[in-house]
Design a protein around this ligand. Structure first.
Ligand code: ADP
Ligand code: MG
Length: 395
């Protein structure tokens, strides 16, 4: 049995129960205003399902990267407000997640009511996966639901520890992610093509090592390609190259499997400086102008990548192929986005910037599965067992 065969909220009776749901409400907030509520909207089906089935719903989330600071800059209060608008019903809020007030609010919560707890990261114990803290959270409810796919790659108190104290099942978003990525796990339809880009190779070495064993072709672009090209002996000038990964990259390039499956850029768009209005030109990988930097893949690379994409049956893409935030260096990423969208293959895209690029290119509708979790989707398809899923009750 696969570690992915887990109990879901559809497998348990939630009527009259207090259900504690771990969600990912780590949304962008600027001066108290939520600028993108996608992550809130994506868990509405789970919340509505639970309410419709007679549960009292207690929600918990982390927000932002900060350590144990209880300051209102990091409060989830604006999220409670937005959630209430989206649900069309009141959402109670407690300015803590474990104190007496939180216990009282949870105890008084009735079927059909919703309560949001304060930012879990007000406590260092959350990221430390402290068992006492996990037990404390568990004591608020009868059933635990994990619907935070985006944090499933981390073993924290609210994603892993808590499962030791309550019946633990997956939510609808979690189910959708597992199902959506399914076609690229196990025995994918072939050819299976992965496209990996982004700034740094160091973030994604484990993924590259795993994917090369799974895919038929691995296409690499973006900043990370520069490290491989430098390892292959090209002078990348001022391009982003990770000197401390050159040895690894050289070893990797010398393997038979990489020789067979890996495709690197053959030409690039190089610029005189890292800016939107910098002088730039197409060059082959062996002629980056002195003192310039590679910021996108070139037209010949696009053509060769596109022909591989057109022939694919399964595609996984993570990481932009250039600095797509600047118009002169977005061409490669957008061309690949359009090719993936037009391909009849089953396509999966994960990663914050990659997903933003696909939306910007206007082709998101034609992608088979767009993951809500960057690191988690990378871990999932990079062959890692995600603790947040593994810890749930088996089916
Ligand atoms: P994702 O969020 O999709 O996982 P990453 O965070 O790994 O992607 O990488 C995205 C970043 O990589 C973008 O900000 C982009 O500008 C940068 N990037 C892509 N190509 C280059 C390049 N050639 N040089 C420098 N940065 C690059
Ligand atoms: Mg990113």
């Amino acid at each position: 049995m696969s570690y992915l065969e887990k109990k879901s909220i559809e497998d348990v009776d939630v009527a009259g129960k207090k259900v504690l749901v771990r969600v990912d409400f780590n949304v962008p907030i600027k001066s108290g205003k939520i600028t993108d509520d996608t992550r809130i909207v994506s868990v509405l089906p789970t919340i509505n399902y639970l309410l419709d089935h007679g549960a009292a719903v207690i929600l918990m989330s982390h927000w932002a990267k900060h350590k144990g600071k209880k300051t209102l800059i990091y409060t989830l209060a604006p999220i409670a407000e937005r959630l209430s608008e989206l649900l069309g019903r009141p959402v109670a809020f407690t300015y803590d997640c474990t104190n007496e007030k939180a216990h009282q609010a949870a105890a008084e919560l009735k079927s059909g009511e919703v309560l949001l707890l304060e930012n879990l990261r007000f406590y260092d114990e959350e990221e430390e996966n402290d068992p006492e803290f996990a037990k404390e959270l568990a004591s608020l409810a009868d059933i635990y639901v994990n619907d935070a796919f985006g944090t499933a790659h981390r073993a924290h108190a609210s994603t892993e520890g808590i499962t030791h104290f309550l019946p633990a099942v997956s939510g609808l978003l979690m189910n959708k992610e597992i199902k959506g990525m399914g076609p690229a796990v196990g025995e994918p339809n072939r050819p299976y093509v992965a496209i990996i880009g982004g700034a740094k190779v160091s973030d994604k070495i484990f993924v590259i090592k795993h994917l090369i064993t799974k895919v038929d072709k691995l296409l690499i672009g973006g900043g990370m390609a520069n490290t491989f090209l430098a390892a292959a002996g090209y002078d990348m000038q001022k391009s982003l190259v990770e000197e401390d990964r050159l040895d690894w990259a050289r070893d990797f390039l010398s393997t038979d499997i990489a020789k067979e499956k890996l495709m690197l850029p053959i030409d690039l768009v190089a610029a005189i400086s890292f800016s939107e209005d910098a002088l730039h030109q197409v060059c082959s990988v062996d002629s980056v102008p002195a003192g310039w930097m590679a910021l996108d893949i070139g037209p010949q690379t696009i053509n060769s990548f596109v022909s591989v994409i057109q022939a694919a049956a399964t595609i996984f893409w993570n990481g932009p192929l250039g600095v797509f935030e600047m118009e002169p260096f977005a061409g490669g990423t957008f061309a690949i986005a359009r090719a993936v969208a037009a391909s009849p293959a089953y396509s999966i895209i994960g990663g914050g910037d990659s997903v933003a690029a696909v939306h910007k290119a206007g082709v998101a509708e034609q992608i088979s599965h767009i993951s809500t979790g960057g690191g988690a989707s990378l871990g999932f398809l990079g062959g890692k067992i995600l603790p947040g899923i593994a810890a749930l009750d088996d089916k």
